[in-house]
Design a protein around this ligand. Structure first.
Ligand code: ZN
Length: 490
């Protein structure tokens, strides 16, 4: 199955994947969507429950205003149109972790529609349309492991029952696993900027299901889709899609047919397994929830909520590129979270040369962080430290070489740059007679290179500068070194 032989690749090229994503995001409210129980993660099982979220007969839901505000905020950030009136509906199905026998969701009149995310893959921009954003409650959690009788029984934790979610449904506009990955990255970034969710995949605050089908290139009609469910990282979603696309192509090429079903991805084996045949909407017997009034978000309320919208990542990137003269790539790295972008901007504004700050973050900081498996947020060198170091180099007080050494020491000792700088107090040699001595030594020791330089190979200049810096242990003032060398070689 799903081999990558030449013939399989050739077959794959004949088909075009069609992918749509459904993302569930948990809203960061303190209480649940229809009752006042706490939403705290990690509490002992079944301690945050009441008649409403246990689904006891006669208990009535009361809508959480904050959940609506968060959902509207997220929808606006995703460029959606907010429907003034939306309707809650019952989605009926039986499952042990759903005590009411139905989930309160929204169906034909969702909170928001017609949004989009601009995804940037392979240098181009592609607009992925968002069909809808709707509000719903989460179900409980079935626990199959860690109990003495787990072999025969399933344990249920209903703390999660009634936790507010938004479901963000995309149009099937995504045509490769890479695009899916980028869409999810952008979506997560946008939601994080709004602050309505922590999007923590390990704790289930962001979950993604992918609908995927393939069709011969150039054909309009969709193929039969499968749904890949409950994959717990973006990387695994990309892998699951790769696998699923190859599998479908192989089935079709062999003369078979794809059956519409839900499939689970096994990350250890890198493959998907069929689980059950997929329900159709009519199986859920949706009908309007009689215990809740239509949800009305009027113009005034919407405007109030819209005022809380922060600058979105894409807009922020463009602004940073023009304000600080940094590259698109710099901006992409520096804006992945609002906190990170805030910190960078603070440093960039404080520093003499913002571009140098961005360069230092990219070249000196990121590499060292990556080697240690750290995020920028955990860096021993703060943005204030980066700004200070940038200024020291900018004004010629320390050389690039000394900066590198000081960064190394910061990482070794886990201390911020200003502390290390104060302790080390590196002295730069700005005494021209001392540097002149080194320059003479270097020229005397490299007659061959000197000859080449005099014969017209002016690029040798870089070599001489390097040698002088090396001999001075990186302490010679680079500007003086260049001046003195130029004078000697004239
Ligand atoms: Zn409750």
């Amino acid at each position: 199955m799903a081999s990558t032989s030449d013939s399989a690749l050739a077959a794959r090229a004949k088909y075009e994947p069609v992918i749509g994503l459904e993302v569930h995001v948990q809203l960061l409210t303190e209480s649940k969507i229809f009752c006042s129980c706490s939403t705290r993660f990690g509490d002992p099982p079944n301690t945050n429950v009441c008649p409403v979220c246990l689904g006891l007969p006669g208990a009535l839901p009361v809508l959480n205003r904050k959940a609506v505000e968060f959902a509207v905020l997220a929808s606006l950030a995703l460029n959606c149109r907010i429907n003034e009136t939306s309707i809650f509906a019952r989605k009926n199905y039986f499952y042990p972790d759903l005590p009411k026998g139905y989930q309160i969701s929204q169906y034909d009149k969702p909170l928001a529609e017609f949004g989009h995310i601009d995804s940037k893959v392979d240098g181009g921009t592609k607009r992925i349309r968002i069909t809808r954003v709707h509000l719903e409650e989460d179900a409980g959690k079935s626990l199959h492991e860690g109990f003495p009788d787990a072999g025969e029984k399933t344990a249920i934790d209903l703390n999660r029952s009634g936790v507010p979610l938004i479901e963000i449904v995309s149009e099937p506009d995504i045509s490769s696993p890479n695009e899916a990955y980028d869409y999810l990255t952008r979506l997560r970034e946008i939601i994080l900027y709004t602050g309505v969710s922590d999007c923590n995949m390990e704790e289930g605050s962001l979950r993604c299901d992918a609908n995927v089908s393939v069709r011969p290139r150039g054909r309009n009609k969709f193929g039969t889709k499968t749904e890949v469910k409950n994959v717990n990282s973006f990387r695994f979603i990309r892998e699951a899609l790769e696998y699923e696309i190859a599998r479908q192509v192989e089935v079709i090429e062999a003369g078979g047919a794809i059956s519409q079903e839900t499939r689970l991805y096994n990350a250890n084996e890198g493959r998907t397994y069929g689980m059950r045949s997929k329900e159709h909407a009519h199986d859920y017997r949706y009908f309007p929830e009689p215990d809740l009034l239509p949800l009305v978000v009027d113009e005034t309320w919407k405007t109030q909520i819209a005022r809380q919208l922060p600058e979105m990542p894409e807009a922020r990137r463009s602004r940073m590129v023009s304000a600080f003269g940094i590259t698109e790539k710099d901006a992409l790295v520096l804006t992945t979270s609002r906190a990170r972008a805030d910190r960078f901007e603070e440093a960039a504004r404080a520093a003499k040369n913002p571009k140098r700050v961005a360069n230092l973050v990219q070249s000196e900081l990121m590499g060292r962080l990556k080697a240690k498996g750290l995020e920028l947020e955990d860096s021993p060198i703060s943005m204030r430290g980066v700004a200070m170091s940038a200024d020291l180099v900018e004004s010629g007080i320390i050389s690039g070489k000394i900066l590198k050494d000081l960064y190394d020491q910061s990482f070794e000792r886990n201390q911020d740059f200003p502390e290390i700088y104060e302790k080390e107090n590196p002295q730069q040699i700005s005494d021209s007679s001392a540097i002149e001595k080194i320059v003479d030594e270097v020229l005397a020791a490299n007659p061959k290179q000197l000859e080449q330089y005099r014969a017209g190979k002016t690029t040798m200049m870089g070599f001489f500068v390097g040698q002088v810096m090396k001999l001075s242990k990186g302490q010679a003032n680079p500007k003086l070194v260049n001046e003195l060398l130029a004078r000697k070689l004239r």
